[in-house]
Each structure stands twice: as C-alpha cells, then as structure tokens.
Design a protein around this ligand. Structure first.
Ligand code: HEC
Ligand code: HEC
Ligand code: HEC
Ligand code: HEC
Ligand code: HEC
Ligand code: HEC
Length: 347
C-alpha cells in the first residue's frame, strides 16, 4: 500500500512538473535568467519507462474503458471470495493461487477486500515498471479438471482457461457404470466450462464418433474471437463480449471471424442455424432429463437422488453446454455429437 501511495505521489509530482515545464516553454519571450538553484542528486530518469505505458501509445484509456464495461468489471460475483471460489472470482485469489501464497484448501481461507479480474490479474502491471509488464500472468498450458491431466494449450488463451473451465466433479460418472448418487442440487461442472467445450475435454463422453471441429486450429483461441477489434465499449477488445444489444436487437461482433469467414452475412446466417440446431438438441435432452427425474424445471438445478451413471453424465453434459452459452460455436462438431450421444444413451 505504502509503495503504491509513494508511487502515486511521485507520479503526480513528475507529471505536474512535466506539465508545468512544457507550459512555461510554450509561453512568450523568456525574461531575465533567475539565480541558479541547488544541484539535485543525479538519478535515473524515473518516468522514462512509465511513459511508455502512461501515454497514448498503448491506448491504455481505451482498454480501461472497455474493461470498465466488461462483465469482469461489473458482473458483481467477486463477493465469491472464499475457499476455491476465490481463485477464479477474485484477482488476489487468482494471483495467490499462481504463486502459492493463497492456499484455497486451508480452513477458513478467504480474500479480504476482494477485487474482480482486472489489469493486475492478467498482466504483470508494476512489476518492473517497464512495458514488459504487459506480459500475461499465466502462459503455461492448463491441466483441466475432470481429465486425466489433459492439458489445454492455446497460447494466450491459457490465461482464460485457468478460470473458464469446469470445476471438479468427484466421482466423475463412468460410461455405462452402476448407480450414481447425486447428493447436492448444485451437481454440475459450474458456470464457465468454455475451455472444456472448446477443446473437447473433461465432459462425459458416452458412445463414440467424437471429433473436434477445425475451430481448435484457431491460434490463441478465446482471445482471437473475443478480444478482436472492438465495437465501442460493447463488444470485442477488453470487453471480451461477442454479443451486444443494438437498437433493441442482439448483434454479434464478428470481427474476429473474418480472417477465415470472408462473407459476414453468410457467417451470421450459419451461426444462427448452428445455434438453433444446438438449442433443439438441448431441449430434447432436457425433456429426457426431466423424465428421468434428475432435472428440476423450476430451479434449473438437479434433484438429489440415485440415477444411472449415464443419466448423471448426460445431466453434466446438458449443464455444461447450457452454461457454455456459445450454443455450439466453440466446437460445432463435438458439441452436436456429445448432445446426440447423450440423448441416445438415456432414451
Ligand atoms: C506496463 C505498463 C505500465 C508501466 C510501465 C507503468 N504503469 Fe502505471 N499503470 C499501468 C496500468 C495498466 C494501470 C492501471 C490503470 C487503471 O486501472 O487505471 C496503472 C496505474 C498507475 C497509477 C494509478 C494507481 C494504481 O496503482 O492503480 C499510477 C499512479 C501509476 N500507474 C504510476 C506509474 C509510474 C510512476 C510508473 C513508472 C515508475 C508506471 N506507472 C509504469 C500500466 C503501467
Ligand atoms: C481470474 C479468472 C478469470 C480469467 C483469467 C478470465 N476470466 Fe472471464 N470471467 C471470469 C469470471 C469470474 C466471470 C464472471 C464475472 C462475474 O459475473 O462477476 C467472467 C466473465 C467473462 C465473460 C462474460 C460472460 C457473461 O456472463 O457474459 C467473458 C466473455 C469472459 N469472461 C471471457 C474471458 C476471456 C476471453 C478471458 C481470457 C482473455 C478471460 N475471460 C479470463 C473469470 C476469469
Ligand atoms: C475454475 C474457476 C471457478 C471456480 C473455482 C468458481 N467459479 Fe464461479 N464462475 C466462474 C466463471 C468463469 C464464471 C462466469 C461464467 C460465464 O459467465 O460464462 C462463474 C460464474 C459464477 C456465478 C454467476 C452465474 C450466473 O449465472 O451469472 C456464480 C454465482 C458463481 N460463479 C459462484 C461460484 C461459487 C459460489 C464458487 C465456489 C463454490 C465458484 N463460483 C467457483 C469460474 C469459477
Ligand atoms: C481477463 C484478462 C485481462 C484483463 C482483465 C486485462 N487484460 Fe489486457 N490483455 C489481455 C490479453 C489476453 C491481451 C492480448 C490480446 C491480444 O494479443 O490480442 C491483452 C492485451 C493488452 C494490451 C496490448 C498489449 C500488447 O502487447 O499489445 C494492453 C495495453 C492491455 N492489455 C492493457 C490492459 C489494461 C489497461 C487492463 C485493465 C483496464 C487490462 N489490460 C486488463 C488480458 C487481459
Ligand atoms: C470461434 C470463435 C470463438 C472462440 C475461439 C471462443 N469463443 Fe466464446 N463465444 C463465441 C461466440 C460466437 C459466442 C456466442 C455469442 C452469443 O451468441 O451471444 C461465445 C460465447 C461465449 C461466452 C458466453 C458469453 C458471451 O459473450 O456470449 C463466454 C463466457 C465465452 N464464449 C468464453 C470463451 C472462452 C473462455 C473461450 C476459450 C476457451 C472462448 N470463448 C472461445 C466465439 C468464440
Ligand atoms: C482460424 C479460422 C477461423 C476463425 C477465426 C473462425 N472460424 Fe468458424 N470455421 C472455420 C472453418 C475452417 C470452418 C469449417 C468450414 C466452414 O464451415 O466454413 C468453420 C465453421 C464455422 C461454422 C459452421 C459450423 C457447422 O458445423 O455448422 C460456424 C457457425 C462458425 N464457423 C462460426 C464462427 C464464428 C462466429 C467465428 C468468430 C466469432 C468463427 N467461426 C471464427 C474457421 C474459423
């Protein structure tokens, strides 16, 4: 805290001095010279590296403005600051889990004064006070939950996958296994399983014929589609949204798609068709899960009880694909296949 205050003070003074200096030099003819001041102590130029970020060259203000409109900033769920929840929902929990200073398994572990995901969560801001600090905080491949240590390795998207992946389901249902006991109505992989659906990892694979879509060739995955050229502060860039409301209609920012899909109108139509198809499969699976007694229509959660392994697994897939919310776009062939196979397994 003290360090931040000091830096703030130093920064303010230096900026004030710079502004004062530049306004003096712009004024009319110089007057008579004043008496010499005392020599200061030589130092390195304190602001030289600061200014490489704190000027217009990085479009810092645009990024801040986009982030301020993002769900990361305003979603409000960072009061989930206890135990494991805090490693994805708070900035300090995320960074503490990376460097080992926050042990989420410890009794009573929680983050005081929680911050939502922000500049300091994803970038090494004010680590060395040079532009190197724009480096991302997490670049290694991510070992996904609910897999036998399968890794998600999509460059800059490894950062996203650290948080946007399912939580551990233990025990994980086994294909054609015996009875499965659902003891908690919140049975499921949790809200943000996009890394799993995108990579086709950590879901309940029943039956066969699974192939990932060519979208798994997209370098930097999430970042390419979600952080593309922004539309205002509504979508793209550091808002990370794809869809936005415009004149009462929901539009998609397709700027991240056009390097591969050259006709945006055709793409919008294809995307709508795919999403409608996936919605139909989801509705079909939901009806079967209601018949099986596991899906509670009123709460959107599970009814606790004992079910066959395939019903429990099909429920996990349903919840994951519902929560994924791309309605198939993240991995079209795989998502359609897993829904079809889940339906066939419990019909
Ligand atoms: C890697 C780029 C980068 C460099 C280099 C950098 N900053 Fe920052 N700085 C940021 C970002 C990003 C923020 C957060 C922006 C925000 O949320 O308003 C920030 C915020 C600040 C703030 C606001 C208070 C705070 O901590 O959030 C001050 C003051 C500041 N920087 C001073 C400095 C000074 C002084 C230096 C050089 C010694 C420096 N910065 C170097 C990127 C940088
Ligand atoms: C520190 C964990 C963390 C990281 C890293 C992270 N996210 Fe998030 N993200 C979240 C959380 C938590 C939310 C929900 C915030 C809330 O509701 O308060 C969220 C929300 C979002 C949303 C909005 C979802 C909605 O409800 O509309 C998008 C889009 C998103 N993230 C994309 C990304 C992308 C792309 C990356 C990588 C560049 C990324 N996130 C990195 C934790 C993270
Ligand atoms: C592995 C990372 C991770 C963990 C651990 C985690 N969450 Fe989340 N959670 C997310 C992400 C990512 C989102 C945003 C998903 C989206 O919007 O697509 C989210 C969303 C939520 C939401 C908002 C749901 C909605 O529909 O708006 C709530 C509430 C929530 N989490 C509660 C919790 C609680 C409580 C815990 C601990 C028991 C927890 N989370 C643990 C990653 C995590
Ligand atoms: C959820 C993670 C996340 C958050 C939060 C985040 N960034 Fe970023 N940022 C990224 C990623 C990933 C990239 C790389 C995007 C790319 O390559 O297209 C990036 C790129 C940048 C760049 C361009 C860097 C370059 O090398 O070209 C700047 C500048 C930047 N972010 C500033 C900020 C500022 C300022 C904030 C806070 C207001 C912020 N970021 C918050 C993930 C994040
Ligand atoms: C092929 C481009 C593409 C890639 C790659 C991609 N997404 Fe998406 N994502 C989409 C589209 C399109 C939607 C659906 C938007 C809609 O219909 O509202 C979406 C929806 C989402 C949502 C729901 C909230 C929203 O903005 O609609 C989240 C959260 C999300 N993606 C996160 C991720 C994460 C995390 C990754 C990487 C693991 C990722 N996405 C990879 C295109 C992509
Ligand atoms: C790196 C290249 C690349 C990017 C980026 C990309 N796609 Fe694709 N996409 C493909 C390829 C290749 C196919 C398969 C051939 C085809 O259908 O055009 C495809 C197929 C699709 C399909 C048809 C799937 C089906 O089976 O019905 C949809 C819908 C789609 N993409 C949506 C998107 C959206 C939306 C984005 C951006 C948010 C996007 N794609 C970004 C390469 C890409």
């Amino acid at each position: 805290m003290k360090k931040a205050n000091l830096i703030y003070l130093l920064g303010s003074i230096l900026f004030a001095v710079l502004i004062g200096f530049s306004s003096c030099t712009k004024e009319g003819p110089a007057g008579p010279a004043g008496a010499d001041g005392e020599d200061g102590i030589d130092g390195t130029d304190g602001t030289a590296t600061c200014i490489q970020c704190h000027d217009d060259s990085q479009n810092l203000f645009a990024k801040i403005n986009q982030w301020e409109h993002s769900v990361h900033a305003i979603g409000g769920n960072y009061e989930r600051n206890e135990g494991e929840c805090a490693i994805c929902h708070t900035s300090q929990g995320f960074l503490g889990n990376l460097d080992g200073s926050y042990d989420y398994t410890a009794e009573g572990a929680f983050i005081s004064d929680p911050n939502p995901p922000n500049c300091y969560t994803c970038h090494k801001i004010h680590d060395t006070y040079t532009p190197e600090d724009l480096a991302l905080t997490k670049t290694d491949p991510v070992e996904l939950n609910n897999t036998a240590k399968a890794t998600f390795d999509f460059g800059k998207a490894n950062l996203c996958a650290s948080c946007h992946q399912g939580r551990t389901v233990d025990p994980f249902p086994v294909e054609n296994g015996g009875d499965y006991n659902v003891t908690n109505s919140r049975f499921g992989v949790h809200h943000g399983p996009q890394a799993n659906t995108f990579a086709g990892m950590g879901l309940f694979e029943v039956g066969s014929g699974y192939n990932n879509h060519v979208h798994t060739n997209i370098a930097d995955a999430c970042v390419t589609c979600h952080m593309t050229e922004p539309f205002g502060a509504q979508a793209g860039g550091h808002t990370m949204n794809i869809s936005y409301e415009y004149h009462g209609a929901t539009e998609l920012n397709l700027n991240g798609c056009t390097e591969c899909h050259s006709d945006p109108d055709a793409l919008a139509e294809n995307t709508e068709e795919l999403q409608a198809e996936v919605e139909e499969l989801l509705a079909e699976l939901q009806a079967l899960l209601i018949d099986a007694g596991i899906y509670n229509e009123n709460t959107g959660l599970a009814n606790t009880g004992t079910y066959s392994s395939n019903v429990a697994g099909a429920f996990l897939n349903y919840m994951a694909i519902e929560e994924d919310r791309s309605l198939g776009v993240h991995n079209p062939t795989y998502i359609k296949k897993i829904l079809q196979n889940s339906i066939a397994a419990i019909e």
